[in-house]
Structure formats: C-alpha cells, structure tokens
Design a protein. Sequence first.
Length: 329
Amino acid sequence: MTTQPIDRPGVPPLTKPELGLAGIGAFAAAGVGALGLISSFAAVSEAAARWGFTSPWMLPVGIDVAIPVFTVANLLLIRMDMALAWVRFVPWILTLITCGLNVAAGHEVWAKVAHGTMPLLWVVFSEIGAHIYAVRIGAATGRRMEKIRFSRWLLAFPSTFALWRRMTLWEITSYSEALAREKERQLARAELRERYGRTWRTKTPRRERVMLRMGDLTPGTEQDAPVPPPVENRPAPPSEPKQRPPRQAKSKAKGAPQRSFEELLSEARTLTASWTDAELNGEAIRTAVHCSAANARKLRDALKTERADGRLLHSVDDSQGETPTAEAA
C-alpha cells in the first residue's frame, strides 16, 4: 500500500496592485514609527536634564537612532542567514526604556498611555518586517520548519506532540513530508502487531524497532510479503500450453542478474525527474523502480542529497556511451 504525500501548492507571488499596497503600507509604517520617536524626544530630554546631562538632547537622539540601527542590523543578519537571537531584543529594550520615560512624563492615565504607545509602534512594524524576512529566507534555503496547525494541537495533542518531536529531532522541515512518514510508520506498526501479536514490541527485532522509531520502516516490504499458497495438482486445461511461454519468461526473469545500485539510481533519476520533493518517499520509489525497501530508502536519500546539492537529475544514455567506442573502432 502506497502512502501518497500531501502536495500543497506554493504561495503565488504578489501582483502589482498588492506590491503597490505593500509599499504604501511600509512607507506609512515608517512614517508612524518616526512620529513616535519624534514625539518622545521632549519627554526623554526632560528626563535627561533632571539626571544632570549637560546636553539633554543626546540621550533621546542616541536611543531613537539606535532603535532603527539595530532593527536594520537584525534584518541584514536574517538576510545573510546569520541571525542572532539576542539582536532582535535590543530594539525592544530600547523602546521599553523610551516608553517608560514617556509614561513618566504624562500626568494622567490616558496621557501616559498615549505617550507610551507612540514609540512602541516602531518595534511592532520592525518585528513584522523581520518575520517576513525570516519566512522568505527560510523558504528559499529550506531550513525553515513549517508549523503545525493549531487545530491539530487541540484535536490530537499527544500524537501532534510526537509528530512535532520527530520533525525537530530528524530535521524534517516539510509538514507534508512529516505527515507522509507518519502514515507509513502507522501502517508499519500495524503490520508488526499483526505479525507478532500484542507483545510485538518485545518480539520485534531491535533494528526494526529503531527504524520504526526513525520513521524509515515502510509497510509491505519484501521480507514481510506473505508466501503464496501451494498450487494444487489439478489436470491442466486445454488452454494451458498457450500459457506456458509467459511462465517460462517469468522464470527467466527471476534468474536474471540483480541490478546494481548504480543502475537502480539511474533508473530512479529518470522516473522521479518530474516528482516534487514531497513525493520522494521510500514506498513510492520502491513501487516505481521495483526494488527492495532497503534500496528504496537508499535511493530516496541519494536523490534528496542530489537535489539539495543542486545537481541536475538526468538519465544515463547508453547510446552516448557507445558512440566513443564506435568512433575509436
């Protein structure tokens, strides 16, 4: 039984009207954030004067300039895939200091809220920009782990936590691939229970238990294939001589030499050239190439490694290999 992975369509690019709307929103956010920083200038200057600063304007200017500087630094680090967790909190701390000074400058409750809200807008907009950067860069590099739906956490918390744990431990960034592996693992677990009974955990070989825990044990392997019942000795029907050639052909096919791993990899490249990354799983490759489960898993890892390295997948053309030999002759 083959488990079909969930193929989710990608997010379409923004259209020109949407890009224009996003540009207007970014410009307005920068303007609102700048107004918030300017409005806190007077309150922070008064606090600096009370603390004995000879040039009170230096404190608000230093804090207000440091906030966008660290925000831009955080975005650039995310863009270069060198993000530092503590850098994103520096604008938050500086903004909280500015908000505290502005709240202290207000005389009434609503005045304190108004003074403290304006500087806080800058950090909110910068966090939105940092989130967009992180998601886009993570999607391009393949290192961002997709989130699990909140409804699944509510409906099946234990199994969802186990799924999230396996995604984290084995670096499975695709949620659809994790679901496909979980389906295969559940089917393999059901087959082990049917084979060994209720005490299958103690009777199952250690290697299979480890593979099941890793999610690499797929159902319907060649070792687990049931032995066909013996054919009863019955008189052959008149049409039996016409069916003998196919049986002989099957027997010859069984006696044919086994394919090497290089031949299997070449055939798998050709068959999976148009497959997506989510469709590359051991069971699908085993069904398409007609190989064992162990070889299917090796082929899956080899194909995924080649795609991650950016090498082109192409089939081996025997005619091209024979041309130099013919010319040499």
